[in-house]
Design a protein around this ligand. Structure first.
Ligand SMILES: Nc1ncnc2c1ncn2[C@@H]1O[C@H](COP(=O)(O)OP(=O)(O)OP(=O)(O)O)[C@@H](O)[C@H]1O
Length: 254
């Protein structure tokens, strides 16, 4: 079997006395969509953030494409990578945040195009052409020249998704990607995600939207109090949850 794109083994993370991740083991194979569900505060965002070393793990390992994230091993010891090396690792992992994080002084088009130009030194003309295509795919062809402050929250979120796609990463992490989108635009985004999955991109998506999980996921993970309590195909986890906590959560959000 090929190396998983994402592999977390025995990951623990605390903030002071708060033990947020309590031994996470997670594997995502190439081309799969993993959706993470769970109550507020169960550690979903923290888990996502350990994958690109935005949060340092206290214990355990995170690997992307077999490469240890944030550290290098020398003999039996681990040494943290330099900021530059960490940034290089992050440039291969797309991240769509809850709060868009667009550059306010750049237009929608520039927000999408400038990241690959700066991070990957891609040719300008070609990158701008591709950025236009990506904006069209998220339904924003006519807003390419708008600045973030001139866009609605939903439109800003779609620009952020186009920007992540522009980096052509092997892996994209989404933190509630559809939370700010109008219902008719959710399907468009899911189409883009499915297309990416078919072309070999791995996605891990934190969301509260059960419909999203059912449509887009290969694997649904249910997290509770820092642990993965249940995982499997969406039909199994969503329609036949085995764990009491999953049942209680699903009955609340449905
Ligand atoms: N940087 C931090 N410092 C201190 N506590 C933090 C930090 N980040 C997260 N936490 C706490 O860790 C716990 C888990 O947070 P996390 O955001 O991972 O949960 P979540 O499942 O994504 O929740 P939500 O669905 O509300 O986004 C929460 O109690 C949160 O307040």
């Amino acid at each position: 079997m090929s190396t998983p794109v994402v592999e977390l083994a025995g990951v623990h993370k605390s903030f002071g006395a708060l033990h947020v991740l309590r031994g996470i083991d997670l594997t995502a194979e190439a081309g799969t969509v993993t959706v993470i569900l769970g109550p507020s505060g169960s550690g979903k965002s923290t888990l996502l953030r350990t994958i690109n070393h935005l949060e340092k793990v206290d214990r355990g390992r995170v690997r992307v494409d077999g490469e240890l994230i944030g550290y290098r091993r020398s003999g039996n010891r681990l040494y943290e990578l330099s900021e530059r090396q960490i940034l290089r690792q992050r440039s291969r992992i797309g991240f769509v945040f809850q709060n868009f994080n667009l550059f306010p002084h750049l237009t929608a088009l520039e927000n999408v195009a400038e990241a690959p130009i700066a991070a990957l030194r891609r040719p300008r003309a070609q990158t701008y052409e591709r950025a236009r295509e990506l904006l069209a795919r998220v339904g924003l062809a006519d807003r390419a020249g708008a600045y973030p402050r001139q866009l609605s929250g939903g439109q800003q979120q779609r620009v952020a998704i186009a920007r992540a796609l522009a980096l052509e990463p092997r892996l994209i992490l989404f933190d509630e990607p559809t939370s700010a989108l109008d219902p008719e635009l959710v399907a468009e985004v899911l189409d883009v995600l499915r297309e990416l999955a078919r072309s070999g991109t791995t996605m891990i998506v934190v969301t509260h939207e059960i419909g999203f999980a059912r449509e887009a996921a290969d694997t649904v993970i249910f997290m509770d109090e820092g642990r993965i309590v249940e995982q499997g195909p969406p039909a199994r986890v969503l329609d036949d949850p085995r764990h009491l906590r999953t049942r209680a959560f699903l009955s609340r959000v449905r």
